[in-house]
Design a binder for this molecule. Structure first.
Ligand code: TXA
Ligand code: MG
Length: 355
């Protein structure tokens, strides 16, 4: 389906005290079947009324998203989940009480009373309460569950600024609520709670260690294997698609930090000799190590949560620089670093060098 051409309204809102009149108008747009992008604590989401099939179809069209990739239902209160989910085990209830509102999405058995397009025909449904005053005010005002994927064109890095949403979706959606930069910077953790043991389908803002502390046990989906290679049938449909891809191919170099630095230096020389413009995505402070014909550096702080917050903007910052290839330093896949490493591996699309 082609996206319809729309006038995209831009609303600036104060993150902590969003203007009630703007929220009222945005809620109205959602109720009448429109598409509204809004900030959450992870990334910007593109919302539609989850009970309105035509509205939900509009999300897939606006993003160019494959129809078999289901959406997360955003709600404002825990009670709402019982209206739309079937059996919810005790461990899921504890997780909701501990991490909601927050960057944890729970996949639960569906009751079948939201638009079938949301779950892409699956018998499960994903839910989350975002931890952001603007998102919560909007969902309250809409008075309906809000289906929302990240507000980027399919395949592109998720938006952490309203300007990223505007670049990708201007003319394709009805409105953007600009509440400034998001917090975490990476998407929520998607956790399958349909079986006895929770399974992480997508690492994100809540770490495996944090989930384990509440649920006792947690497994990582096999598709999150070492090099990010996905099996034939990944558990989370979204994991099989090319994702978070910057405009130039990204080559990820993982391993011992000193060896990684040396390898990047060698590659810069090699590619520069071939006449290629090379971009480097490296930690803050490491930029000075890399010299060559044309180098663009994007800083990554050393702390994992700070890397998460700026990663997508850094990936987007290589656009319009004319680089032919991006060399990226790997991060250690521990704690929030697991989510960062996962996104880098997927941005690399399998082009990974271990040193
Ligand atoms: O932080 C986030 O999760 C952001 C904000 C806007 O809330 N949303 C987001 O949505 O990242 P999206 O659509 O870009 O990613 C949702 C992921 C996809 O990988 C999708 O396949 C998976 O969740 N998912 C959704 N419903 C599912 C289900 N029923 N079973 C398995 N995976 C599901
Ligand atoms: Mg997405």
């Amino acid at each position: 389906m082609k996206p319809s051409t729309r006038h995209t309204q831009l609303w600036q809102v104060d993150k902590n005290n969003p203007d009630a009149e703007i929220i009222r108008q945005a809620g109205h747009v959602l109720r009448r079947g429109g598409l509204v992008a809004f900030p959450t604590e992870t990334v910007y989401g593109l919302g539609a009324n989850a009970l309105d099939t035509e509205a939900v179809k509009g999300i897939f069209a606006a993003k160019g998203r494959p129809r078999d990739n289901p959406l997360i239902v955003h709600i404002a209160e825990i009670d709402t989940v019982f209206q739309y989910a079937g059996f919810i085990n005790d461990s899921a209830k504890r997780l909701m009480e501990t991490f909601w509102p927050g960057p944890l999405t729970l996949v639960l058995p569906a009751r079948g009373n939201v638009s079938e397009e949301v779950s892409a025909g699956l018998e499960s449904l994903a839910f989350r309460i975002p931890d952001h005053p603007v998102a919560l005010a909007l969902i309250h005002e809409a008075g309906v569950p809000v289906a929302a994927p990240s507000a980027n064109l399919s395949g592109r890095p998720s938006p952490t600024l309203a300007s990223h949403v505007y670049t990708d979706l201007n003319g394709r959606i009805d409105a953007i609520l600009d509440g400034g930069p998001t917090g975490v910077g990476l998407e929520s953790t998607v956790l399958d709670m349909t079986g006895d043991i929770p399974v992480i389908l997508r690492p994100g803002g809540v770490t495996p260690e944090e989930i384990q502390a509440v649920a006792g046990k947690v497994l990582l989906d096999p598709s999150l294997g070492e090099n990010g290679v996905t099996p034939e049938r990944p558990a989370s449909p979204g994991m099989k698609y090319r994702h978070y891809a910057p405009s130039a191919p990204l080559l990820l170099i993982e391993g011992d930090p000193l060896k990684v630095t040396q390898k990047i230096k060698d590659l810069i020389e090699e590619y520069s000799l071939q006449g290629l413009r090379v971009g480097v995505l490296c930690r803050n402070g490491n930029e000075g190590q890399f010299r060559g014909s044309v180098i663009v550096t994007a800083g990554m702080p050393r702390n994992h949560s700070s890397v998460a917050a700026v990663l997508y903007d850094a990936l987007r910052s290589f656009e319009n620089t004319g680089v032919d290839i991006i060399l990226a330093e790997g991060v250690e896949p521990r704690g929030l670093g697991l989510a960062v490493a996962n996104r880098l591996r997927r941005a690399a699309g399998g082009r990974i060098i271990k040193v």
